[in-house]
Design a protein around this ligand. Structure first.
Ligand SMILES: [Fe+2]
Length: 275
């Protein structure tokens, strides 16, 4: 399968990277809250670039495909910075859809104007799909492939960020991570139902921090590639999420089920798109 819809040459890559750095410099780093959150998302972006490069290499992508993957990772959360500057939150439901907002920012600034139209439109599409509950069926195989790649790389880093936070005993509460949710025991019915049906959990069903942690574990049902399952398992992200939650037989059951799903995906072998 031809997976790369367009070539991004070396000088375009340089301009793209330069624009990213210059754009982030427009954010006031004397504003403590803004500066912390810009740094959080900048570091996330850089790590997603590394994750996608690793994943792309595991899947045998060629150089041009790896460049495309890197550009998608670099810009997937470009809307996050202005979202926080304007709305002081990363919650899309009470502000803007950060993926579509990011596409608008790239267009307004003509960041990708040096690329041919097809490549430019392709990038907008994949970015706008990265935070959707599910991918549309009617897309091209190239678009679906890169969307899946980006979604896996993004999830790997979100798991890293969350579990690093949960395993710190000295942590201060982070509103951006915990979303002001109450730390109450039990699992809400909508969340339980979703998990038992092997579905990604809907944000609307989340009522507590416990629910939110189960939602994070349930992202395994939207993992696309075999190396992602292996990495998730190797890093023990699920175990770390579970360890941050109170003792409960119901939660034990939920995590045992999720874990067995992952184990089965790993033993299914190296099919390129096994979810
Ligand atoms: Fe992201």
């Amino acid at each position: 399968m031809k997976r790369n819809p367009g070539i991004i040459d070396v000088s375009s890559v340089r301009q793209i990277r330069q624009w990213f750095d210059t754009y982030l410099d427009t954010f006031d780093m004397h504003d403590k809250e803004l500066s912390e959150n810009v740094t959080l998302k900048r570091e996330h972006t850089i790590r997603v670039c590394n994750e996608i490069d690793w994943l792309g290499k595991e899947l045998g992508l060629n150089e041009a495909e790896l460049v495309m993957a890197w550009v998608l990772a670099l810009f997937h959360d470009i809307g996050r910075f202005e979202q926080f500057r304007t709305y002081r939150t990363f919650v899309d439901m009470i502000s803007v859809n950060h993926a579509e907002f990011g596409v608008e920012i790239l267009k307004e600034n003509s960041v990708l104007a040096m690329l041919d139209n097809t490549t430019e439109e392709f990038i907008y599409k994949v970015i706008s799909y990265h935070n959707r509950p599910s991918l549309p069926d009617e897309e091209t195989p190239e678009c679906l492939f890169f969307s899946r790649l980006l979604r896996d790389a993004d999830k790997l880093d979100i798991w890293y960020v969350l579990t690093s936070y949960y395993s710190r005993t000295d942590r201060e509460k982070n509103r951006a991570i915990e979303l002001n949710l109450p730390d109450t025991p039990g699992v809400s019915p909508g969340v339980y139902e979703g998990i038992m049906a092997h579905r990604v959990i809907n944000h609307y069903d989340v009522r507590s921090l416990n629910d939110f942690k189960i939602l994070q574990a349930a992202w395994v049902f939207d993992v696309n590639f075999h190396p992602t399952f292996k990495r998730l398992n190797g890093k023990a992200y699920l175990e770390m999420i579970r360890a941050s939650m109170p003792e409960s037989l119901q939660t034990d059951g939920i995590f045992a089920m999720i874990k067995s799903y992952v184990t089965q995906k790993i033993s299914n072998g190296n099919s390129p798109c096994s979810a």
